[in-house]
Write a protein that binds this ligand. Structure first.
Ligand code: SAM
Length: 290
């Protein structure tokens, strides 16, 4: 078996098919077996797992996934990679390559068909240009997911894991932490990819909470409040909320809600925890409904 984690094999396959990398698809293929081992062990893949891989590329990580999991579905947008995947994965009978845009897929139907609707694991070296829509799409779709293990830009991994007060803390940290417990498993330098990306990367595990850690009356409003609070980082929380299109309270009412959470009225959004954001959004919800 010609494992593609070996860069020589990757180069041979690319040359055989005269493959040209497409920047618009965020194509940076892994060429380091140690990194592949780390991803597989961080993802805790077991023999009875069904794994969804997003963007298999030429199948480098897919080979590893097929060897560790019960079944793999690999969703790839680039039609030029489909014949390559047919060759590089021909020895595996537990994989289905799906030629599709991951953002347009009916994942609930896939999970129902392949895993009887039970929680799945997602593993990917993500195309960086759509990291946030992919991850938020997975969470918001309510598809049963146990764990997401993904390679992302290092800076994005830091933002996902960051807590209040830090400069990386923002809407993405709160959204991710509402759905999951993030943990960076490895930092990965550019020379582990072909071609080399211009930024550092990291593998992050997002273990989905069974229940969100906070109780909110209206999830959509929580995310509107969070987004509005970080829209302009240098503004106070009150000012940000005052300009939010879907919050219809007066300036005074917003100030009253903020004070009721027990924080100063001139506080900035970056100082609030998820629990405080949840309480604030519940107060706004109740005041707007009163
Ligand atoms: N998994 C491979 C590896 O590690 O070598 C390739 C990773 S590369 C960073 C990202 C892959 O995602 C590419 O193969 C790219 O064509 C694919 N891709 C980009 N946008 C996609 C989309 N919307 N849906 C599915 N696959 C996509």
């Amino acid at each position: 078996m010609a494992y593609l984690g070996n860069p020589k094999h990757t180069i041979a396959v690319l040359q055989k098919y005269n493959f040209s990398f497409q920047k618009k698809f965020g194509q940076n293929f892994l060429i380091d077996p140690h990194v592949l081992d780390k991803i597989i062990s961080a993802a805790q893949i077991q023999k009875d797992d069904f794994v969804l891989e997003i963007g298999p590329g030429i199948g480098t990580m897919t080979q590893y996934l097929c060897e560790h999991a019960r079944e793999v579905a690999a969703v790839e947008i680039d039609k030029n990679l489909i014949p390559i995947l047919e060759e590089t994965l021909k020895e595996y009978h537990n994989v289905e390559v799906i030629h599709q845009d991951i953002l347009k897929m009916d994942l609930a139907a896939l999970v129902k068909e392949k895993n009887e609707g039970k929680p799945i694991k997602v593993v990917a070296n993500l195309p960086y240009y759509i990291t946030t829509p992919i991850i938020m799409g997975l969470f918001e779709s309510n598809v049963p997911i146990e764990k997401i293990t993904v390679m992302v830009q290092k800076e994005v991994a830091d933002r996902m894991q960051s807590g209040p007060g830090g400069k990386e803390y923002g809407a993405l940290s709160l959204a991710v932490q509402y759905y999951a417990e993030p943990k960076i498993a490895a930092n990965v330098p550019p020379n582990c990819f072909m071609p080399r990306p211009s930024v550092g990367s990291a593998v992050i595990c997002l273990k989905r909470h069974k229940q969100p850690p906070v109780a909110v009356d209206d999830e959509k409003l929580l995310f509107s409040v969070i987004r509005a609070s970080f829209q302009q980082r240098r503004k106070t929380l009150a000012n940000g909320l005052n300009h939010a299109p879907d919050i219809s309270l007066s300036k005074e009412q917003i100030q009253e809600c903020i004070e009721a959470v027990g924080v100063p009225v001139n506080i900035r959004g970056e100082a609030l925890t998820l629990t405080q954001f949840a309480e604030l959004s519940n107060r706004i919800h109740r005041m707007a409904g009163a």
